[in-house]
Design a protein. Sequence first.
Length: 255
Amino acid sequence: MRMDQPDSDGFIVIRAKGRRQRKPKAKAQRNAQNLDSLLYTPTDRHDSRKISQHIEAVSDKKSILCQGEFHKKLANVLQALNDFDPKEVVVYGIGTFSSEQSQWQLALVLLLNQKFDTPILAYDPASNSNDLAILAHFGIDAILENEQARRTAQRRTLFYMPHCERELYENVVEANSSSAAQLEMIAILGNRLGRYMDVDNGQLTRVSPSLCRVLPMLTTVGLPDEKLLRLRHRPFAFTDTCFQRILSPSSPAVA
């Protein structure tokens, strides 16, 4: 009679006598991988030289955004933000700051928040230890768990979500759909949500019911065209990006 052998992780696999040996199921491994993807715990070592370079690059881009025609046209967004008066900013999907596009996007949220000086929180699954150090330098706290954008606002919250996937916008809206008052506590600076209806093909009601319900109540203020930055190469960091609020017809904020 053959004795049972310990598996590679130290646990003994019990095998029925006379039956073919089955391969260990991968479910536990998949669950472990899924858990790892939810936790914001980069294990790479940070590179001080790259961190300094990227911090300088973000600061330079913020300076560019503060001048010229782009900044003048940004006044409409700043006024809309002032009317909303955010008490917290949550950043999703900004990417890694080795990307110039991500540097521009970070520079913009830092600029927009100058007047309000509200706490900023951020999460992106692609972030590494360099990115966390850069966020910390600019006073931004890392969210340590992948919320899948299902955060319920406890105070007026600006969700800064440049070029995120539709599912994430759906999750933000769904998580704040308990009442009209709750929906009015959030604003989204990200993709123009109405464009999903433009390319709907009859699917939006099924895949994003929360977005469908709020689209008629959206007020939208677009960001200026990047051409106004007068750069040799456009960064394509703010393409189709808008400030959006969800206001019910009875809201005092509706003119």
